[in-house]
Write a protein of this length. Structure first.
Length: 163
């Protein structure tokens, strides 16, 4: 099983959105038996809470399923993960600092690095939490734009792992 974990700050907006969207891509590609997708936050403020209602509304309007409960990312999880996807540069920095080994730190990547339209100066998925519903819709657009490239990378990693 190839394991991917999306990480944002509180695990109620961006990372659960990325988790839902990517899980749908994995299922559509017929890889749901080979890829496990989940999410977490760098902090534990919202542990046990569902996704932000605006995240739920945007996901449901776009046809995505979600049944999320927030949790905090733990350093011990690196051993069981193949890829840790940070939603912005701050998460990338925090996760790499938390990683117990250099190999674990190398598992951390920015989501937008899989979006061919993203520039080097535009790698973050902005935090929509303090804004309007438009920010959540933009977040969904950015997640959807990066998901095909991420799926291709995961597909390649699975081929290398099983070869």
């Amino acid at each position: 099983m190839y394991r991917v974990c999306f990480v944002c700050t509180g695990n109620i907006c961006r990372s659960p959105m990325a988790e839902s969207v990517f899980r749908a891509h994995v299922t559509a590609a017929g890889l749901d038996g080979l890829v496990e997708v989940d999410s977490a936050g760098t902090g534990g403020w919202h542990e046990g809470d569902g996704a932000d209602p605006r995240t739920v509304a945007v996901l449901e309007a776009a046809g995505y399923e979600q049944g999320h409960r927030a949790r905090q990312f733990r350093a011990s999880w690196f051993a069981g993960l193949d890829l840790v996807i940070a939603l912005d540069a701050g998460h990338l920095r925090d996760l790499r600092a938390l990683a117990p080994t250099a190999g674990d730190a190398a598992k951390v990547r920015l989501l937008r690095s899989y979006d061919p339209a993203a520039t080097a100066a535009d790698t973050d998925v902005p935090d929509p939490y303090y804004g309007s519903l438009d920010g959540f819709e933009e977040c969904l657009e950015l997640v959807e734009a990066a998901s095909p490239g991420l799926l291709d990378a995961v597909r390649e990693a699975i081929k290398e792992h099983t070869a």
